[in-house]
Design a protein. Structure first.
Length: 402
């Protein structure tokens, strides 16, 4: 097995794409994920893994860098190790067509959903069929006798939205049961037999960002530990590393006089938010904040105000925020009515899970909940201070800088 030091040396030399929503991209250095890479490596190479199959759910804010981390880890392990394979899988149309010529993503998902009608426990059977199919494809990668890690990225968005038969918890539980059953069969043998492929160990990693999906999965009693299942939280980049990235992006975009502190306070180290600010908005903070304000009004306030909401008007909404506070642990009782803050991925739970990233000591991070982006925290503070949801980018920036 490759040594951790060799792995980290290679990881730190990686360059990755940073892309805005517009599709404009630049290449930047991969930064400060030593703790997360260390956890991945330690879990993959842990003692006593022979004949074990287990599953982990990694979640965190949208745009925090989960996909990039998974791809870098997979590339480096596959390049350096002769004893392990990491397979990164994202159900995109072109990937499915490459694996199964003549079948597109929608057709593949339809076939999986059709299988559900034939089984009493469809999630388990579908997972078995899907893994067997994947391993048949992977034979070409010579995974026989190796540790195999399968990272299913965008698990919530790419897969679950396409499987009409099931709630998120059903498929997650099916994967956990699948791993549990494979481990039971492999106990004492020191290897796994999965779909006719002999493996030393199997680790399935499900990556997601959608907190509504995560809440549905975590609501299943007794699921933790089944098939080795555990929940793990990753986060945005830490401040110093993020500011280094801000400086690199500013240099690559020929931009000077960037207020690094303001960028941190608004984005909180979120790489996607930085890409949108720099590449889509040309570092124009006002237009970026204005987009965020429209999203807050549309996704947080509008669904709970009016005839079908719990607040009669926007003034009542702001008054309730003022009474309860806008810190994430306080504001959840107001802004998460009908779970709109979870559905809009404004708030995320940070309790009851193992943290594989270091969370910053900032006002937008609470004991139990956190804002996925600090712009939400500052915008709500500005609304409370001015007594209206109709605040301007200048109002928000004043709130940050005062």
């Amino acid at each position: 097995m490759v040594s951790f030091n060799d792995l980290m040396s290679r990881v730190r030399s990686e360059r990755v794409e940073l892309c805005g929503a517009s599709g404009k991209c630049i290449h930047v250095g991969f930064r400060d994920r030593d703790g997360e890479v260390g956890w991945l490596f330690k879990t993959m190479t842990r003692e006593g893994r022979d004949g074990i199959a287990h599953v982990s759910i990694i979640y965190g804010p949208k745009g925090c860098g989960k996909t990039t981390l998974a791809k870098v880890f997979a590339n480096v392990v596959n390049e350096l190790s002769s004893e392990a394979n990491v397979v990164y899988a994202e159900l995109e149309e072109d990937v499915v067509r490459a694996l199964v010529p003549g079948i597109g993503l929608s057709e593949a998902l339809f076939r999986l959903s059709e299988l559900a009608a034939d089984y009493v426990h469809p999630p388990v059977r579908i997972v078995v069929d899907a893994v067997k199919f994947a391993l048949n494809v992977l034979r070409a990668h010579r995974v026989e006798g190796k540790d195999l890690v399968i990272v299913l990225d965008e698990f919530d968005r790419r897969v679950l939205e396409g499987l009409r038969y099931s709630r998120p918890r059903d498929l997650a539980e099916g994967i956990a049961k699948f791993c549990q059953n494979r481990t039971s069969e492999g106990f004492g043998r020191g290897y796994l037999d999965v779909g006719g492929v002999r493996l030393r160990s199997l680790w399935v990693v499900l990556q997601m960002s959608d907190h509504a999906v995560m809440s549905d999965i975590m609501s299943v009693g007794g699921l933790v530990g089944k098939g080795g299942l555990g929940y793990f939280l990753t986060w945005n980049l830490p401040r110093d590393s993020f500011l280094g990235l801000v400086r690199e992006v500013a240099e690559r975009t020929n931009s000077a006089h960037i207020d690094e502190g303001l960028v941190w306070q608004l984005t909180g180290g979120n790489v996607r938010a930085l890409a949108e600010l720099a590449l889509d908005h040309g570092w124009n903070v006002d237009t970026w904040v204005n987009d965020a304000l429209r999203r807050i009004r549309r996704e947080l306030a509008d669904p709970v105000v009016g005839d079908y909401g719990i607040f009669s008007d926007y003034s009542e909404y702001v008054r309730k925020l003022a009474r309860r506070g806008v810190g994430p642990d306080d504001a959840i009782l107001t802004i998460n009515a009908h779970e709109v803050a979870f559905k809009a991925n404004v708030l995320i739970s940070v309790s009851g899970v193992r943290k594989i990233s270091q969370l910053p000591n900032e006002p937008w991070i609470g004991e139990d909940y956190a804002y996925q982006l600090p712009i939400y925290y500052w915008a709500l503070r500005a609304m409370v201070k001015r007594g209206t949801v109709n605040v301007t980018p200048g109002d928000v920036i004043d709130e940050v800088t005062q």
